[in-house]
Design a protein around this ligand. Structure first.
Ligand code: ADP
Length: 336
């Protein structure tokens, strides 16, 4: 069964990446809501066909609860279209880009409800669930598909209202990677030091799975603190930023808000020498994730309320959007 454009009814735009847009669509024959990613590429049909075939590998493999479902890919003219599971919470960067203790007026609070919402940050049990889901997703890609993600960052971690955390945008298609790699240099990099310096590469010029482990550690800190972990001076200038990543000590989780276990787990991802970094198996066996695993299987009241946390986070985000729009509308216009 082939997906095609005629069967898709376009909805709202969900986001815009470096090389394309993501739109909410309805697949009319089945009634399934999907996310359609459009990637603009100037390629010939042979290359486009190769990409579609590589992406279709995803159909033949077992699925993982930590990887967004794939529904199919096709191309129209020189654009590749990729249909995946729609995640109603969007990516984690949008959910957590606020600072600890920030407050906004609540939207339509009842008189007996809080008039102001306070952002409590990410509790450790929620952070552990996010980290555990990411590791399991990455391990699945590597063990089942033989794929290194290559682009681990908070925008590629999606969330839904059931509190599920899933990875998207992984490098299943070598041809697609090659075609988009040239343009993909953002203003915040999650690249491991060895990818910047070009050291430790094997003969085919690819990097090892431990580069993803670095990006994972950096993403977890960003998710925890609500901002890119390197100081702002470092991201106004991409070269300064790359230099900082290579020369400075790796960032750490704030020790006043997270347990030594959590901090140690992140530190084991952010070892500058790639062969010193923890493996996925080690990361899963670490106390930080073992505690999460125990909670996931506990019968009592000791479970992590991911859905509840997502609901509170959505509520805060929506209130903040309205608050910022209101502020922008009333901001004084400075003369001159
Ligand atoms: P990038 O190229 O920067 O990785 P993408 O083009 O993959 O970004 O995605 C842009 C935005 O679209 C994401 O930040 C996310 O908010 C949204 N998005 C991507 N995939 C989905 C999905 N499956 N469901 C819902 N929203 C999505």
């Amino acid at each position: 069964y082939r997906l095609n454009m005629e069967d898709l009814e376009r909805g709202e735009e969900l986001g815009r990446g470096n090389y394309g847009t993501v739109t909410k669509v309805l697949h009319t024959p089945t009634g399934v809501t999907m996310a359609l990613k459009e990637i603009r590429l100037e390629l010939d049909n042979a290359k486009l066909n190769a990409i579609i075939m590589e992406l279709d590998i995803l159909h033949r493999t077992a699925s993982s609860p930590h990887i967004v479902d794939f529904y199919g890919a096709f191309f129209v003219e020189t654009c590749v279209y990729y249909c995946m599971e729609y995640m109603d919470g969007g990516s984690l960067d949008r959910l957590v880009n606020v600072s600890f203790g920030e407050t906004v007026p609540a939207l339509h609070p009842a008189p007996d409800e809080q008039q102001e919402l306070v952002w409590e940050g990410i509790p450790e049990d929620v952070l552990a669930r996010i980290a555990g889901s990411m590791v399991k997703g990455l391990k699945f890609l590597k063990d089942e598909l033989g794929v290194i993600h290559r682009d681990v960052k908070p925008t590629n971690v999606l969330i839904n209202n059931r509190g599920q955390i899933k990875l998207c945008d992984f490098g299943v298609s070598g041809q697609l990677e090659k075609s988009i790699a040239k343009t993909n240099i953002g203003c915040q990099t999650y690249m491991a030091p060895e990818r910047i310096t070009g050291e430790h590469q094997n003969t085919v010029g690819t990097y090892t799975v431990s580069s993803d482990v670095w990006s994972l550690g950096l993403s977890i800190i960003e998710i925890a603190i609500g901002q890119y972990p390197y100081p702002p001076e470092a991201y106004s200038n991409i070269l300064a930023q790359l230099k900082t990543i290579i020369q400075d000590d790796a960032p750490t989780l704030p020790t006043d808000r997270y347990s030594p276990d959590a901090c140690d787990w992140v530190a084991s991802c952010l070892v500058k020498a790639p062969n010193g970094r923890a493996t996925y198996a080690e990361l899963l066996q670490h106390g930080f994730l073992q505690r999460d695993e125990a909670k996931a299987h506990s019968e009592g009241g000791d479970q992590v309320d991911m859905a509840g946390w997502v609901t509170r986070a959505f509520k805060f985000r929506d209130a903040k959007v309205v608050h910022m729009q209101a502020q922008a509308a009333t901001a004084p216009v400075h003369p001159g």
